[in-house]
Design a binder for this molecule. Sequence first.
Ligand code: ADP
Length: 666
Amino acid sequence: MTAVPYRRFRTLLVANRGEIACRVIRSARALGLRTVAVYSEADQDAMHVAVADDAILLGPARARDSYLNIERVIAAAKATGAEAIHPGCGFLSESAEFADACRDAGLIFVGPTAAMIRAMGSKSGSKALMARAGVPLVPGYHDEAQDEATLRSAAETIGFPVLIKASAGGGGRGMRVVRTAGEFAEALQSAKREALAAFADDRVLIEKYVDNPRHIEVQVIGDSHGNLLSLFERECTLQRRHQKVIEEAPSPTLDPAQREAVCAAARKAAAAVNYVGAGTIEFVSDGHDVYFIEMNTRLQVEHPVTELITGIDLVEWQLRVAFGEVLPLAQDQVRLNGHAVEARVYAENPARGFMPSVGRIRTWRMPAEAGGLRVDAGYRAGDTVSPNYDAMLAKVIAWGPTREAALERLAHGLDDSDLRGIVTNIPFLSALVTHPAVRANTIDTGFIERELAALTPASPPVSPLELGAAVAAVLRDEARSAEADASSPWRTAGWMPVGRRQRLFVLRQDATEHRLTLRYGRGPSTLTFDGREIVFAWTAGPDAEIRLDLSGARTQVVAVVEGHEIYVRSRNGRFDLHLVDPFGVEDEDHAGEDRIVAPLPGTVVALLTEEGAAIEKGAAILTLEVMKMEQTLRAPFDGVVRALKCKVGDIVQEGAELADIEPTEA
Ligand code: ADP
């Protein structure tokens, strides 16, 4: 039953996926280790597979058959010659059974021993241990007897409000706040039901509910030589349904004396199990006192904020501890420098109850890792967010010399992030980090739920600025693709339309349509809409940036065109616009495209040619009615109509093939 001795190893298997797997692999490589990724059938093309030296398929998408399958993970390590396994966070990272299985297979588990995980894994067991070690606890009931009468009388002794918690809990499941004795029985039943379903264990404990609670936690790390350090605290009070959303370090709530007290309590807690590896001691605080709630015997999602204020690479330290090394610093050498804040970017829709969003990521735009910003990502453009796993895509982390500076940088970093193809919580995160109550730190764990409406605002109506930006973006992209196409007239030096020309743009935001007329050619261009005329000029900046000049008012915007969807980010916020193409196919270059497809869902109102007809480029093929507007689709080149694939009255979906044209050989 002896643990596998910690020793230097060369090959590390990372038993996780997404952002945390990529994060662990980065530090492992920096230490010169060969890295092995594991993946499920849903993750064949995932980023963590691409960044590892080797990768091995575990099994089907379902976590139980892949990332949570102990036997398969161990077999993968054996098959690839891995000597150690890093479990990341989530999945098997707090499984004592997995730590045992690693030991039995002669593998080093990068983390504490199974015995330490067991001692700390149960909320009740760990509380009994902490009580003996003299760590402050919330008044509560943590005993074995589970009958309703005992639990009710415990609640009455503690005094309402109380919190019922699943002993085996995690992720906020099986937790109920009970404010009066009358609600107790029902809350107990439902907490037990949820705990049984989630953890196959319906035991609960009862605690005094701390009002206006704040979440404060301390990072600790121990080596196998008896050294144990605390690496300051983090505050994770911004939560939704007991799940962290924004985390920061150090806590803006504690003064230096309170900081030292909570760190000392954490060291005492970890020392009670002679802890080895990285871990977190979690406390709930009423703003003055802190009370132990649980220990997480693993790396946490929010560990980067600690790394940014201490300059320590926690994964590197975890690996060094697993090598059997002594921790490189002593407690008094660990320094706190500045402030760091992290925001978790999820594929979810805050406007629809935070429903997860799945699909292919078309655009992946994240801020540059400079000027105090760090991005830990698990996805890239083209990747698919599958419904099988946690929807966290990335973390944006900002460091600054002060809390204000860090929050400001984070706000800018979030503003610079665009993920298209899936819905994300980025606008919600932006609203959070700029909220006056967050800036002033007058929050508690219930803040997000109370302020939800203000944090998920509908996008404001567009102004001329966004409309001008959208038109500029369409023109920019046309010019860019013309540049890439050697045969395009736009490329020809000196090409200029004769005289003044005009072009109509119809842009839709939700149900509102905006019609703009662009006049260009000789002299300055103008845009006319709603009876106003503005002088219109623009230049393309790097990437998606555009510098706009609207009658002399200059500003910078970001605008991305994807098919008929235009995304604009201006100083007024984020906007999704739809380009309604009033003249059907007006693009010049449809080279190689011999299919006529519906640009939008609509109704076929007229067929203007017939099968077998020889037609010239630009000839009308059919008319579609789209959103009460008729659009004529035209031949992209000279050719013969091979087939008409629709008839008058058909309702067609976007992308449906309507006609097939065979180009005439040039
Ligand atoms: P889980 O393991 O399910 O995440 P925790 O015990 O860590 O559950 O608690 C989750 C969150 O609930 C904490 O971050 C804290 O904000 C809140 N919480 C826990 N205990 C109390 C308490 N006694 N009073 C008020 N809030 C609490």
